[in-house]
Each structure stands twice: as structure tokens, then as C-alpha cells.
Write a protein that binds this ligand. Structure first.
Ligand code: HEC
Ligand code: HEC
Ligand code: HEC
Ligand code: HEC
Ligand code: HEC
Ligand code: HEC
Ligand code: HEC
Ligand code: HEC
Ligand code: HEC
Ligand code: HEC
Ligand code: HEC
Ligand code: HEC
Ligand code: HEC
Length: 454
């Protein structure tokens, strides 16, 4: 039944061919090879820009053998790769990696035996088309295709027949990439810090062919980086307070470079400059919350708090995420008033001596004292203690001691009216009567009343 259908099909096809070639009827006796290709016959055999040597000289019989002149039937002169290796010395046993179709003698799967667009006479418009006829998944359907692949030059990285390296590569490892990306080689040679995986293998992060992410990375920035850094960043990322830039869009590469940098921690620029690109102005959190800008950091008229002067925002902020509000690295109270406890001020005490506020007796530990009465202790270390923020500005201020002009008390900017003297100072805030303090000649007040007022 099946063979009956086949015969029918062949008859129908033969009829079709006869109709199409009505102009030149099929020869019934042997013809000279020079006349095989004419306007009416086999025009396509010589229609290529580059013609194969034997085709060019009409040596059709080097590959085609006439089997029956009457029916104008031919068979190939030799089987498999012998057809070609008869003239071409293609040895494969001298290389550890041989391409399967070469090994199998399927020379014509890539080469058109008659001719082609290029010297190598590969099938299709370029080498890529020839390769994709078998390797459809090499880059199909991807949004970003690597330059040489897009240009059709699979052979810029792969040898087609055989290679000394795995995957038929022309060279191994990162040298393959540096061969073209010479500026990258130079950049890395000059960098103080080179990212470990870059020293190792570019392919940890890049697909050599194509991907759905810009720069043919294997994943979007956050996923890419976290594929290795999940563990060391777990605590930060799980923090109650998140910094959306760490995982949004450009994520890690908002602040870090992927390859190499002059700066520690692979920073793109001095950290303070990176932060201020966004934080000189108010920012909006994904939940709509407004975060005030900190333009005071860059105000040349102001005196900077030590770590800011040193460009070290990380002295106080955990940029990747934190359990403390404002992404603070350590605890620091949010409220104006609270009962004092040492561990509420770990942030400040990570750099300043905690004894500043621990004893009623100043013992020279602070200049904020009236005689030996510790006024830091008096204001901070009590049931309704004040936050450092109520007297000191955090980032920068007009004076050395960062004592504020005014303090936000609810919606009111309450003036403090601080005046410094040689041996003490005075303030006239909204919270209490004006008071003075003097380290050498302590001012005398009704302590009980003053304490109550405070
Ligand atoms: C280097 C070997 C080689 C030479 C030389 C060669 N051919 Fe071919 N030809 C082939 C092979 C192999 C095929 C088998 C079909 C295929 O793989 O495309 C073929 C197929 C054909 C076909 C079948 C239809 C087609 O075009 O695909 C024709 C007709 C043909 N050749 C004509 C010629 C003529 C005319 C010449 C001389 C001018 C010639 N060939 C020289 C190898 C050769
Ligand atoms: C009868 C001998 C002969 C046979 C058989 C033959 N070729 Fe060739 N081939 C040549 C000649 C001659 C050239 C031209 C060499 C030149 O220009 O230096 C050539 C050139 C080529 C080239 C271009 C190489 C270059 O360096 O320019 C390729 C590719 C090629 N042949 C592939 C094949 C394949 C595939 C087959 C089998 C289907 C085959 N050849 C069969 C003689 C042959
Ligand atoms: C997977 C595709 C592919 C297969 C299969 C293949 N070739 Fe090639 N061949 C190429 C490409 C592409 C080039 C051009 C050189 C390059 O860029 O690697 C080439 C180059 C050549 C050349 C010229 C340069 C040289 O190496 O001498 C010859 C001759 C040749 N092939 C013959 C053959 C023969 C014979 C076979 C079968 C045994 C074969 N090719 C199988 C893709 C292929
Ligand atoms: C006729 C089909 C065919 C064509 C055309 C073809 N390949 Fe292949 N290729 C194969 C097969 C089959 C394998 C072996 C796959 C396997 O082992 O899983 C292979 C394997 C490979 C490998 C992996 C080798 C390794 O060591 O694992 C690379 C790289 C490759 N091909 C590149 C190319 C390139 C580049 C081209 C175009 C120049 C091309 N192929 C054209 C059939 C083809
Ligand atoms: C920039 C260099 C480069 C270019 C261009 C390139 N490749 Fe590759 N290709 C590679 C590297 C590197 C590997 C090995 C990847 C690995 O180690 O997993 C590879 C692997 C392969 C493999 C084997 C995949 C596997 O999983 O074993 C195939 C098939 C392949 N390439 C085909 C192609 C084709 C087809 C093209 C052209 C469209 C092409 N390549 C262009 C560098 C390249
Ligand atoms: C044969 C030369 C060549 C090789 C080898 C090569 N590249 Fe490329 N690469 C290019 C070209 C050309 C571009 C496109 C440049 C452009 O569009 O500005 C490119 C672009 C890229 C880009 C995107 C850059 C951009 O600005 O869009 C990345 C990432 C890249 N290559 C990585 C690699 C890696 C990783 C390797 C090694 C596996 C590699 N390249 C090997 C030539 C090469
Ligand atoms: C840790 C992951 C990672 C590794 C490893 C890596 N890259 Fe990249 N690469 C990226 C990311 C992410 C981008 C895009 C964003 C950027 O510019 O940082 C990129 C961008 C590029 C670019 C385009 C932009 C530019 O800076 O020129 C090139 C080219 C490039 N990589 C080449 C390489 C080469 C070559 C290697 C190996 C020596 C390599 N990459 C290793 C992640 C990586
Ligand atoms: C393939 C795994 C891998 C990927 C992907 C990866 N990294 Fe790394 N990264 C490492 C290793 C390993 C180190 C070195 C750790 C060490 O020395 O303790 C490192 C170190 C770092 C460092 C610290 C550098 C220093 O000087 O100590 C930073 C910052 C960094 N990576 C950022 C990134 C960013 C941003 C990305 C995404 C573009 C990324 N990493 C993707 C493996 C990776
Ligand atoms: C807003 C800027 C910013 C973003 C976004 C950012 N980082 Fe960082 N990263 C820093 C700064 C600043 C440091 C320096 C020291 C510190 O604060 O811990 C750092 C340090 C690091 C270090 C080395 C020291 C450590 O803490 O382990 C790694 C690794 C690191 N970052 C990875 C990442 C990864 C992965 C991402 C994305 C998921 C990312 N960073 C996103 C600013 C950033
Ligand atoms: C690309 C813009 C961008 C960069 C760069 C950036 N931030 Fe942010 N930052 C934001 C946005 C947006 C918010 C709003 C809160 C959020 O992300 O959920 C924010 C919030 C903050 C907050 C307040 C958190 C809160 O919950 O109120 C602090 C503190 C902060 N960033 C510090 C830094 C530091 C330190 C750096 C530099 C290491 C930096 N930021 C770099 C965009 C940025
Ligand atoms: C000495 C510790 C310290 C340093 C250093 C520091 N900050 Fe802060 N930052 C804080 C504290 C504490 C807050 C919470 C508000 C307050 O108490 O003033 C804060 C709040 C913020 C806020 C949120 C503003 C708001 O009102 O919502 C941003 C943004 C910010 N800092 C950015 C930065 C940047 C950028 C740097 C580096 C230039 C930096 N900080 C350095 C301690 C610090
Ligand atoms: C990362 C370390 C660090 C942290 C955290 C820190 N400071 Fe400072 N602070 C300094 C440095 C350094 C100076 C400048 C000392 C100098 O110039 O001699 C300074 C100066 C001061 C001054 C001015 C007095 C002086 O000696 O110059 C006050 C007030 C102050 N800090 C309060 C605070 C408060 C309040 C906190 C907690 C919100 C805090 N600091 C957190 C490092 C820190
Ligand atoms: C009631 C206001 C007030 C509060 C609250 C306050 N300070 Fe002060 N602080 C001052 C004044 C005023 C000075 C300046 C003393 C002088 O030099 O005359 C000062 C000075 C300092 C100094 C400079 C060294 C010294 O002791 O003379 C540091 C450091 C400091 N304060 C840290 C803190 C920290 C940390 C907190 C929170 C735990 C805090 N302050 C809370 C008013 C306050």
C-alpha cells in the first residue's frame, strides 16, 4: 500500500519536472561536460559568486558518474567524505576534538559542493546560517546577540572541523574574549581590585552567544550577582529595612563594577559620590514614602561629621539593608525621648566613648559639663532621656561640635539657641529656661527644679 503511494507520488513529481523543463528536454545520450550548464540546463550549479575549482573548469565528472545515458542518470563518484578527500587532505586524527559531521563525512552539510558566497562555500548567506541548520538553539529567539554571532561569524570563536580545545574553540578560557576585547584586558591589568570570577571565567556571567539580558549576561543584575553572593548578603537583604536600589533594575551595578576597579569593594566611584547622585535630592521609596535629601553633605559652608569628611557613609549606614531604621548599621533610637539604655546607642558608641553618658560625675570624660556634673548624663541617661539627635546634627552643621541651631520637635523646628564660651556654654531652647554651664566655675541652679523641668 505504502509503496503504491510512493510510486504514484514519484510519477506525479516526474510529470511536474517534465512540464517545468519543457524548454530543454532531458538528454537521452551522453553530453560533453562543457554543455551541462547552459541557459536552459542546471543554471543554478554555476550561479554562485565563488565557484568550486572543479565546477569552474566543468570537471563535473570528478563527482558525478553517468550511470545510464538514456535516462540521463548519475550517481556520486565516491561515497561519503571520499567524495571530497579524494582531492582534499582533511585529516582529523591529529586533534583531540573533531566535529561530529566532519567525523561522519557529511561534508556537504556545511559546504555546497558547487560554490557559495564565500571562499569556504558554506551553505546559506553566512556561516551562522550553515551552523544554525543543525544548532537551532545556539541563539534563536534571544533579545541580545553577541556582536560576532549577530554578524554571522561563528568561526571567529569555533573551528569548524577540529580543534585542540573543548567545544571546538579557537583558544581556551578568557584569552578567547581578550583576543577581541583588548581594552578590557588593559582595564583589568590596571585595576587595583579584580573581581575573583573575572580572573576565573568570563562565562560565569556572560553567555558567549546571546541572552535575554543586556551585555549577554546570564541573568538580570540582581539575580546574577546573588547567584554567588546570596549567602554573604543574606542578613542584609533579609533586613526589615530595604534599600530598593540594591535589588531594582540595575541593582548591584548601580554602585559596583562587575570586573575591576581602582577602589576597594569594586566601587564604581568614591562611595560618597555614588550616594549623593541620588541623595542630594529627596528620593521616593517603592511604597511611595518620601526620603528627605541630605544636601548638607555636599554643602561647602558646613563642617562635616568625621566619617562624612572621610567619605565613609558606611560608617553609619548598611547600604545593602538593615534591621535598624534609616538603614543604620547599628542601633540608634528613632524617637526624641526614651528611657536610656546603653545598647540603644550602639551606632554612636561604635566610634565615641560610651562613658560620655554613663556616669553622673563627668570625671573629665566630656566637655558638656557644669563643673563635674555630666550634662550628657543629665540629658540622655534617664527615664525620659533625649536622643543625641535633639542636640547634635548628624551629617553636617555650621559648627565643630555639630550642636544644632534647631531641632525637629514634631512639626516644629524648635530653636536651641546654643552659645559656646571658652569654658562652657549656654542654651535657650524651647524645652526649658535658658541655662548656662561652666566647667571651671559651675553655675548654681536649684537642681531639683531644673531636673524636674528637664
Ligand atoms: C565536488 C563534487 C561535485 C562537483 C565537481 C559537481 N557536483 Fe554536482 N553535486 C555534487 C553533490 C554532492 C550533489 C548532491 C546534492 C547536494 O548535496 O546538494 C550534487 C548535485 C548536483 C545536481 C542535482 C541538483 C542540484 O543542483 O542540487 C546537479 C544537477 C549537479 N550536481 C550538476 C553538476 C554539474 C553540471 C557539475 C559540473 C559543472 C557538477 N554538478 C559538479 C557534487 C559535485
Ligand atoms: C577533483 C578534485 C576536488 C574534489 C573532488 C573536491 N574538491 Fe574542493 N577544491 C578543489 C579545487 C581544485 C579547489 C580550488 C583550490 C584553490 O583555489 O586553491 C577546491 C576548493 C575547495 C574549497 C575552498 C578551499 C579554499 O581554500 O579556497 C572548499 C571548501 C572545498 N573545495 C570543499 C570541497 C568539498 C566539501 C568537496 C566534497 C563535496 C570537495 N571540495 C571536493 C578540488 C576538489
Ligand atoms: C560544520 C560545517 C563543516 C563541515 C561539516 C565541513 N566543513 Fe569544511 N569548512 C567549514 C568552514 C566554515 C570552513 C572555513 C574555514 C573556517 O573558517 O574554519 C571550512 C573549510 C574547508 C576547506 C578549506 C580550508 C581547509 O581546511 O583546507 C576545505 C578543503 C574543507 N572545508 C573541506 C571539507 C571536507 C572535505 C569536509 C568533510 C570531511 C568538510 N569540509 C566538512 C565548515 C565545514
Ligand atoms: C550537520 C549538522 C551540523 C552542522 C551544520 C553543524 N554542526 Fe556542530 N555539531 C553537530 C553535532 C551532531 C554535534 C555533536 C553534538 C553532541 O555531541 O551532542 C556538534 C557539536 C558542535 C559543538 C560542540 C563540540 C564539543 O566538543 O562538544 C560545537 C561548538 C559546534 N558543533 C559548532 C558548530 C559550528 C560553529 C557550526 C557551523 C560552522 C556547526 N557546529 C555546524 C552537528 C552540526
Ligand atoms: C565569542 C565567541 C563565540 C562565538 C562567536 C560563537 N561561540 Fe559557540 N561557544 C563559545 C564558547 C566559549 C562555548 C563554550 C561554552 C561553554 O563552555 O559552556 C561555545 C559553545 C558552543 C556550542 C556547544 C554548546 C554545548 O552546550 O555544548 C555550540 C553548538 C556552539 N557554541 C555553536 C555556535 C554557533 C552556531 C555560533 C554562531 C551562531 C557560535 N557558537 C558562535 C563561543 C562562541
Ligand atoms: C571575534 C571577536 C570577539 C570575541 C572573540 C569576543 N567578542 Fe565580545 N564583542 C565583540 C563585538 C564586535 C561586540 C559588539 C560591540 C558593540 O556592539 O559595540 C562584542 C560585544 C560584547 C559584549 C557587549 C558589549 C556591548 O557594549 O554591548 C560583551 C558583554 C561581550 N562582547 C563579551 C564577550 C565575552 C565574555 C567574550 C568571550 C567569551 C567575547 N565577548 C569574545 C567581539 C568579540
Ligand atoms: C561577575 C560577573 C561578570 C564576569 C565574571 C564578567 N563580566 Fe563582563 N559584565 C558583567 C556585567 C553585569 C556587565 C554589564 C554591566 C557593567 O558594565 O558592569 C558586563 C559588561 C561587559 C562588557 C561591556 C561593558 C564594558 O565594560 O566594556 C564587556 C565587553 C564584558 N563585560 C566583557 C567581559 C569579559 C571579557 C570578561 C572576562 C574577562 C567578563 N566580562 C567577565 C558581568 C561580568
Ligand atoms: C561566579 C560567582 C560570582 C558572581 C556571579 C559574582 N561574584 Fe562577586 N565575588 C565572587 C567571589 C568568589 C569574590 C571574592 C570573595 C572573597 O574574596 O572572599 C567576590 C567578591 C565581590 C566583591 C568584593 C570585592 C572585594 O574587593 O573584596 C564585590 C563588591 C562583588 N563581588 C560584587 C559582585 C557583583 C556586583 C556581582 C554581579 C555583577 C557579583 N559580585 C557576581 C564571586 C562572584
Ligand atoms: C547603593 C549602593 C550599593 C548597591 C546597590 C550595592 N552595594 Fe554592595 N557595597 C556598597 C558599599 C558602599 C560597600 C562597601 C562596604 C559596606 O558598606 O559594606 C559594598 C560592599 C559590598 C561587598 C563587599 C563587602 C561586604 O559587605 O560583603 C559585596 C560582596 C557587595 N557589596 C555585593 C553587592 C551585591 C551582590 C549587590 C547587589 C545585590 C550590591 N552589593 C549592591 C554599596 C552598594
Ligand atoms: C540610584 C539611587 C540611589 C543610590 C545610588 C543610593 N540610594 Fe539610598 N535610597 C534610594 C532610594 C530610592 C531610597 C528610598 C528608600 C528605598 O529604597 O526603599 C533610598 C533610601 C536611603 C536611605 C533611607 C532609608 C530609609 O528607610 O529611610 C538611606 C540612609 C540611604 N538611602 C543611604 C544611601 C547610601 C549610604 C548610599 C551610597 C552608598 C545610597 N543610599 C545610594 C536611592 C539611592
Ligand atoms: C555618623 C553617622 C552617619 C553617617 C556617617 C552618615 N549618616 Fe546618613 N543618617 C544617619 C542617621 C542617624 C540618620 C537618621 C536621621 C537622623 O538621625 O539625622 C541618617 C539619615 C540619612 C538619610 C535619610 C534622611 C531622612 O531624613 O530621611 C539619608 C538619605 C542618609 N542618611 C544618607 C547618608 C549619606 C549619603 C551619607 C554619606 C555621605 C551618610 N548618610 C552618612 C547617620 C549617618
Ligand atoms: C564611624 C565613626 C563614627 C560614628 C559612628 C559616629 N561618629 Fe561622631 N565623630 C566621628 C569622628 C571621626 C569625629 C571627628 C573627630 C575629630 O575630628 O577629631 C566625630 C565627631 C563628632 C562630634 C563633634 C565632636 C568632636 O569631637 O569633633 C559629635 C558631637 C559627634 N561626633 C556625635 C556623634 C553622634 C551623636 C553619633 C551617633 C549618631 C556619632 N557621632 C557617630 C566618628 C563617628
Ligand atoms: C542636650 C543636648 C545634648 C545631647 C542630648 C547630646 N549632646 Fe553631645 N554635646 C552637647 C554639647 C552642648 C556639647 C559641647 C560641649 C562643649 O564643648 O562645651 C556636646 C559634645 C559632644 C561630643 C564632643 C566630646 C565631648 O563630650 O565634649 C560628643 C562626641 C558628643 N557630644 C556626643 C554625643 C552623643 C553620642 C550623644 C547621644 C548619646 C549626645 N552627644 C547627646 C550637647 C548634647
Amino acid at each position: 500500500m505504502r509503496s503504491m503511494l510512493m510510486i504514484l507520488l514519484v510519477m506525479l513529481l516526474a510529470a511536474g519536472v517534465q512540464e517545468a523543463r519543457a524548454a530543454a528536454s532531458r538528454p537521452t545520450e551522453a553530453v560533453p561536460m562543457a554543455s551541462c550548464v547552459s541557459a536552459d540546463c542546471h543554471g543554478d550549479v554555476k550561479s554562485h559568486r565563488v565557484l568550486h575549482g572543479p565546477v569552474n573548469v566543468n570537471a563535473c565528472d570528478s563527482c558525478h558518474t553517468l550511470t545510464d545515458a538514456a535516462s540521463h542518470s548519475f550517481k556520486l563518484a565516491r561515497e561519503g567524505k571520499e567524495l571530497c578527500t579524494f582531492c582534499h587532505d582533511i585529516t582529523t586524527d591529529d586533534a583531540p576534538v573533531v566535529h561530529r559531521p566532519v567525523l561522519d563525512g557529511e561534508c556537504s552539510s556545511c559546504h555546497n559542493p558547487h560554490g557559495g558566497k564565500s571562499r569556504a562555500m558554506t551553505r546559506g548567506a553566512n556561516i551562522r546560517e550553515a551552523c544554525l541548520s543543525c544548532h537551532k538553539d545556539a541563539d534563536e529567539g534571544m533579545k541580545f546577540v553577541h556582536g560576532p554571532s549577530a554578524a554571522g561569524a561563528c568561526d571567529s570563536c569555533h573551528l569548524s572541523h577540529k580543534s585542540n580545545f573543548r567545544k571546538l574553540l579557537t583558544i581556551e578560557g578568557n584569552e578567547l574574549c581578550f583576543d577581541c576585547h583588548r581594552d578590557m584586558r588593559r582595564q583589568l591589568a590596571q585595576a587595583n581590585v579584580v573581581h575573583k570570577p573575572v580572573e576565573g571565567n568570563c562565562l560565569d556571567c556572560h553567555d558567549p552567544h546571546s541572552s535575554n539580558f543586556t551585555m549577554q549576561t546570564k541573568a538580570a543584575p540582581a539575580d546574577l550577582c546573588l547567584s554567588c553572593h546570596q549567602a554573604d548578603m543574606k542578613t542584609a537583604l533579609a533586613g526589615k529595612h530595604k534599600h530598593s536600589v540594591v535589588t531594582n533594575d540595575q541593582a548591584c551595578i548601580n554602585c559596583h563594577t562587575s570586573h575591576g576597579s581602582q577602589l576597594a569593594d569594586l566601587m564604581k566611584d568614591e562611595p560618597i559620590n555614588i550616594c549623593m547622585q541620588c541623595h542630594s535630592k529627596p528620593q521616593q521609596a517603592p511604597d511611595g514614602r518620601k526620603v528627605a535629601g541630605v544636601p548638607e553633605v555636599n554643602d561647602p559652608k558646613l563642617i562635616k561629621h568625621g566619617p562624612i569628611r572621610d567619605g565613609n557613609c558606611s560608617g553609619c549606614h548598611s547600604t545593602h539593608g538593615s534591621d535598624v531604621q534609616f538603614l543604620l548599621a547599628k542601633t540608634y533610637p528613632a524617637a526624641f525621648y526614651q528611657q536610656y539604655a546603653d545598647e540603644k546607642y550602639e551606632l554612636c558608641f561604635s566610634c565615641h566613648d560610651r562613658q560620655l553618658v554613663q556616669t553622673a560625675e563627668a570625671r573629665g570624660l566630656t566637655n558638656f559639663r557644669n563643673g563635674e556634673q555630666n550634662l550628657h548624663y543629665l540629658h540622655v541617661n534617664r527615664e525620659k532621656g533625649r536622643n543625641c539627635r535633639s542636640c547634635h546634627s548628624t551629617h553636617a552643621s555650621p559648627n565643630e561640635l555639630h550642636v544644632r541651631e534647631s531641632v525637629p520637635f514634631g512639626k516644629w523646628q524648635m530653636p536651641i539657641g546654643y552659645q559656646k564660651t571658652q569654658t562652657g556654654g549656654s542654651c535657650a531652647p524651647g524645652c526649658h529656661e535658658p541655662y548656662e554651664y561652666d566647667r571651671d566655675t559651675p553655675r548654681v541652679y536649684n537642681t531639683a527644679a531644673a531636673e524636674k523641668e528637664l
